[in-house]
Design a protein around this ligand. Sequence first.
Ligand SMILES: NC(=O)c1ccc[n+]([C@@H]2O[C@H](COP(=O)([O-])OP(=O)(O)OC[C@H]3O[C@@H](n4cnc5c(N)ncnc54)[C@H](OP(=O)(O)O)[C@@H]3O)[C@@H](O)[C@H]2O)c1
Length: 379
Amino acid sequence: MPSSWWAPAGRIDVGILGATGVVGQHFVALLADHPWFRVTWLAASERSAGHRYADLAWRMPTRLPAETGALVVSPLTAIQDAPRLLFSGLDASVAGEAETAFAQSGRHVVSNARNHRMDPLVPLLIPEVNPDHLSLLDAQRLARGWTGSLVTNPNCSTIVVALVLGALRQFQPRRVMVTTLQALSGAGYPGVASLDALGNVIPYIGGGEEEKIETETLKLLGRYDNGAIRHADFVVSAQVNRVPVPDGHTAVMSLDLGTKPSVEEVAAALASFTAEPQRRTLPSAPPNPIILHTAQDRPQPRLDVAFGGGMPVHCGRVRRCPILGYKLVAMGHNVVRGAAGAALLNAELMVARLRSAGVESDRELESVPAVRDVQIHQA
Ligand SMILES: NC(=O)c1ccc[n+]([C@@H]2O[C@H](COP(=O)([O-])OP(=O)(O)OC[C@H]3O[C@@H](n4cnc5c(N)ncnc54)[C@H](OP(=O)(O)O)[C@@H]3O)[C@@H](O)[C@H]2O)c1
């Protein structure tokens, strides 16, 4: 096993946990021509293990890369065969224990699953919003004794809400009301039964969807402080709905902003927002993380979700709200920006930071100054 998995020479071998699911297949598609990473290992449940990936159902509109299709799917127990960098699209029923086992064994797991997101020692990351939270990995390594690591991305609706709030952070958000209209692909495959979904709106999504938006947002907008995250102290209220849209979660938001900017200032902050991934020109970073629409009937999932490969979040209808001050509509691709693309951007940021810091080996990484006083701060 090479000691420096992020070495710039050649592409980095990566594996996918949950490679057969909706998110897993998006990973395969997004990694097909990736300049830094190449897929060399796949894992899923015992149902899929032992089969050639090409012999399992490929449900993406793009061609399955031949070299990935030829890989034989491993079970989650084949930890020692896994490369150092792993993307996880595992079902939440197994992700918790499995991801921990891989991190313990020296793998760097970049996960979509909800299980570890609110762990105070696990970065919950959106590279444009809180790249400094990666510093938590020092405390994680020390406290857990792992040679690998665990990083997560937020829930697929939270990422839309948090990117908007990240762009508006300078205006000091105080209260946020959000109602989501969430796509069917957010439920995984085969997801919601067609007779429940078609021509319908279901005002409930299981798995604590509303709580995830309300709590993850505060961790994301929180402040890294001496080995811990101090959660943001504003308040979010979320209501979620499942709608018969294939891809693209819409978030209808009303906001109270402490500094009382003009509507024009809010719109300008959204349109001009860029951050570390854009400065570093990371391969999956959209030039503009937020696309501001001026047409009154945008954004729309059908028209806008595929733009820029699904990585930007779209905003429109920025206007006055008579109750909270400001309101707008945001929309993002739940499986790309909300899942596989988000994890890919997280991994790119990790690799870019290791490379630019001149860290050359795992041994050197382990000697990064210790953050011993690990405390949990919550607002
Ligand atoms: N879909 C989205 O928009 C979205 C967005 C953000 C986050 N997420 C999260 O990402 C994860 C994957 O979501 P998804 O939509 O891709 O779900 P999915 O289509 O149901 O795929 C689940 C994956 O987990 C594997 N799996 C299930 N049970 C397993 C077991 N006992 N042992 C090993 N592997 C097992 C499946 O393998 P088999 O095919 O072999 O059963 C499959 O590869 C979930 O944690 C979800 O909450 C999803």
